[in-house]
Design a protein around this ligand. Structure first.
Ligand SMILES: C[S@@+](CC[C@H](N)C(=O)[O-])C[C@H]1O[C@@H](n2cnc3c(N)ncnc32)[C@H](O)[C@@H]1O
Length: 244
């Protein structure tokens, strides 16, 4: 997906009332007094909202195009290009670390958390949020093909199970007293179509299903969207803890 298309899809998702509530919950759990980094900040929504709440937030993203879009949207905010696994901050410099819908894209989430620990001051807060790519629930006429598509999509995601592993990853890195929550997003109508089209295209690209089957499945989901029969649920895992 191009950066522009990803921004468009994220904007639509971010406007959902559940997504707004979930971000609000993440800010409450972050509760940091000092500088906070939003890793994988995308087009900067969370950074802008944290700033509105008086937080000194820095947006970091590995994609220069994302950072350019974020800086254009929110010119007064602090956005930087950088990698989650090589954070451009000194040891103990930050009071908070947030990463939403990012760790699945990071090949080594453990290394990202080692970096989180390094840059956080003692007592600094960590909040992680994201979906597990195998836990996407879709109603479809042919469940076997749907399962095949979800399995195919996993292969294209560097760390598809990182969200179900948040707690264990944090424990392995020495964090303790971890709060875990699951919030389920319901994607109805054409809002779900980019995600569902991505599933079908991944399966076609890996040869798990034919192009004709992929097209038929997408057409079925389009019909469902048009007739208010599309049902897609995505559990979002949230983990929060304090740097010891
Ligand atoms: C799905 S978007 C989520 C954006 C935003 N956090 C949100 O919740 O809307 C994932 C973002 O993570 C960024 N990203 C992926 N791998 C990264 C890495 N290793 N370091 C920093 N950012 C990364 C991508 O460029 C992209 O902007």
């Amino acid at each position: 997906m191009s950066t522009a298309n990803l921004i468009q899809a994220l904007d639509r998702f971010d406007a959902l009332p559940e997504a707004v509530r979930l971000r609000e919950r993440s800010y409450a759990l972050l509760a940091a007094s000092g500088a906070v980094v939003d890793v994988g900040c995308g087009a900067g929504t969370a950074v802008a909202e944290l700033r509105e709440r008086g937080v000194r937030a820095i947006g970091l993203d590995v994609d220069e195009g994302m950072i350019a879009a974020a800086a254009e949207r929110y010119p007064a905010a602090d956005f930087r290009v950088g990698d989650a696994c090589e954070l451009p901050f000194a040891d103990g410099e930050l009071a908070g670390y947030r990463a939403e819908k990012v760790f699945h894209s990071v090949p080594d989430p453990d290394l990202a958390l080692a970096e989180a620990r390094r840059v956080l001051a003692p007592g600094g807060r960590v909040v992680l949020l994201g979906q597990d790519w195998e836990a996407i629930i879709v109603d479809a006429d042919d469940m076997a093909i749907t399962r095949t598509m979800i399995q195919s999509r996993l292969a294209a995601v560097p760390s598809p199970h990182s969200a179900r592993r948040y707690r264990n990853l944090l424990l392995d890195r020495g964090f303790r007293d971890i709060t875990m929550e699951v919030h389920t997003g319901l994607l109805a109508g054409d809002l779900a179509l980019p995600l569902l089209t991505g599933l079908a295209e991944a399966a076609r690209a890996t040869g798990s299903i034919t192009a004709a089957r992929a097209q038929a499945w997408i057409a079925e989901q389009r019909r469902r969207a048009e007739t208010d029969r599309l049902f897609c649920a995505v559990p979002i895992f949230l983990a929060a803890t304090t740097n010891p």
